[in-house]
Design a protein around this ligand. Structure first.
Ligand SMILES: NC(=O)c1ccc[n+]([C@@H]2O[C@H](COP(=O)([O-])OP(=O)(O)OC[C@H]3O[C@@H](n4cnc5c(N)ncnc54)[C@H](O)[C@@H]3O)[C@@H](O)[C@H]2O)c1
Length: 374
């Protein structure tokens, strides 16, 4: 198995810098590449110096520790300077052609055994690696925002990914203090298909009876979370939410799995340039009105999760673990189904199917299934 000591990062923005800080904090040497000298400096000042200084001021890090971490991070504008890296993580902007080009350039600049991975949110890894020599050393390594705090990492095995590459990445994730789950190369991988479907369904109710405050409150109640799905959308940025939703619809709505349609309300809110207003009026407390949303929301979450298991995108255990870790839900979808009973879970799945949000997973197409083996 390849031993990783030096990590390259292409694109030192929100995600790349947090991934770099995380790795440097775990003792790895980090070399990041940005577009020009100005960005090399400004990104370093913004994401490394400013962020670490804050932690020193708050007493969470000593000056000595800060100096050790900063000394491990260096920037460049040239791919050739990444030639000494054992692993290169691409975290540039979400544009397919750009990413394909970056991997072609990396393939040329780095030795044949340098592991090359992408942190893409929406593109299939196999496509991004189309021009890489020796694709056995490629995979996906999908971090979650904020990447130095959120502990989940999806390790994505594309068809060509070798066992050695996979093992080296699992080992790297563990040494970075991450919880790693193993996922197949699938649109959105494992966690985002569930998360994106949940906000698409919730947002589709926005209007008349349901203001943002009500939808936020229903999602908090349905999932048992402190910060509901409207709040989380604001955190991710509605632009990101909208574009990711469009991509999922393109990939999956016509597939044998189906997918919720893009709600007009999300498109309009994103185009307004404003986040959801979480305090836009009184919360609707009418039990029947709330149940209508809750059933569709949970039914969709249960159905999408079941499809992912049936398609072997991820194991049931990893999906539960991944959702609880990345999204901070106290219970994953399968535990929720077991808790309410499979008869009720099946009823909710059928509510979502009848609403056109999703197609019926095999597990729910006959008699009431057995509880899930957690
Ligand atoms: N923001 C999130 O919540 C999130 C979560 C998971 C994954 N991602 C994915 O991570 C990637 C980065 O997203 P982000 O939010 O950090 O974006 P960002 O815009 O903050 O950062 C991207 C950086 O890449 C740099 N860049 C662009 N082309 C480059 C090139 N050829 N060489 C070197 N640097 C280049 C840009 O200058 C910029 O600093 C995207 O693929 C995104 O889908 C984002």
């Amino acid at each position: 198995m390849k031993e990783i000591k030096t990590v390259g990062i292409v694109g030192f923005g929100v995600m790349g810098a947090a991934i770099g800080l995380n790795a440097a904090g775990a003792g790895y040497k980090v070399v990041y590449k940005e577009l020009n000298d100005e960005l090399v400096k400004s990104m370093y000042d913004r994401w490394v110096v400013k962020a670490l200084k804050k932690r020193v001021e708050k007493g969470k890090l000593s000056q000595e520790q800060m100096d050790q971490v900063t000394a491990r991070i260096n920037g460049t504008t040239k791919y050739e300077d990444l030639a000494g890296c054992d692993l290169v993580i691409e975290a540039a902007v979400e544009k397919m052609d750009l990413k394909i080009q970056i991997f072609e350039d990396l393939s040329r600049a780095c030795p044949q055994d340098t592991i090359l991975v992408s942190n893409t949110s929406t593109f299939l890894i196999e496509k991004l690696m189309a021009k890489v020599e020796n694709p056995a050393r490629t995979a996906g390594l999908h971090y979650f925002f904020p990447a130095n705090v959120n502990r989940l990492v999806e390790v994505i095995r594309q068809k060509a990914t070798s066992d050695d590459t996979y093992q080296a990445l699992m080992d790297f994730a563990a040494k970075n203090g991450k919880v790693a789950i193993t996922v197949k190369d699938f649109p959105g991988f494992a966690i985002n298909p569930v998360f994106i479907a949940s906000y698409m369904v919730l947002d589709s109710f926005y209007g008349d009876q349901y203001n943002v405050a009500t939808l936020e409150s229903i999602s908090q109640e349905a999932l048992g979370v402190r910060f509901g799905i409207m709040w989380v959308q604001n955190g991710s940025g509605l632009g990101t939410c909208y574009h990711a939703g469009v991509s999922m619809v393109e990939y999956l709505r016509e597939s044998d799995m189906g997918y919720p349609a893009m709600p007009e309300a999300l498109k309009a809110q994103f185009e307004s340039g404003q986040p959801w207003n979480l305090e836009d009026g009184p919360v609707n407390e009418d039990a029947a009105a709330r149940a209508k949303v809750k059933e569709r929301l949970l039914g969709t979450i249960f159905a999408v999760s079941t499809h992912l298991i049936e398609k072997e995108v991820v194991s049931l255990k990893d999906l539960e673990l991944g959702i609880c870790t990345a999204l901070a839900w106290p219970k994953g979808p399968f535990a929720m189904m077991n808790d309410m009973g499979l008869e009720e879970a099946q009823r909710l799945v059928k509510v979502a199917v009848d609403a056109g949000d999703i197609k019926l997973p095999k597990a729910f197409s006959g008699a009431v299934p057995e509880p899930w083996p957690l």
